[in-house]
Design a protein around this ligand. Sequence first.
Ligand code: TYD
Length: 135
Amino acid sequence: MKNKLIKIIKIPRIEDDCYLCFAENNKHIPFKIKRIFYIGLPVLGLSRGKHAHRKNKQVLFCIQGKVRMVLDNGKDREEVILDRPETGLFLDKMVWHEMCDMDEKTILLVLASDFYDEKDYIRNYKKFLQVTNRK
Ligand code: TYD
């Protein structure tokens, strides 16, 4: 079955004495990057995320370790494991997402289309279902 929610973005990976990955606005990343953030040293067994964004779009790279990403649009629920630095996951606006099964080495690098704004978050799943009109 075709994935509706999982949109993988492959970026170049150059190999010489190490690897080097890169991404450019509008070429690999489908928006103008306004913000980056990264997440590391997770508490093992705890998932993060558990929210959706009203407008903000993101591309997420697991540049070390692994993460199981669970995506949900209020109707479909899909998941994917990210464990390669050249493999990005496009997270559209209004997609509920959870980061699970991170290991002690996991580092997630996130590129975002907007500046941080707490009002852009929907952190309550029931509210998310209401906003997506799929109660
Ligand atoms: P949050 O987005 O809830 O983290 P996660 O998606 O990993 O569960 O953010 C955690 C805290 O960090 C919260 O207090 C908001 C703050 N924060 C910023 O101030 N700026 C940012 O760009 C981000 C992503 C978070």
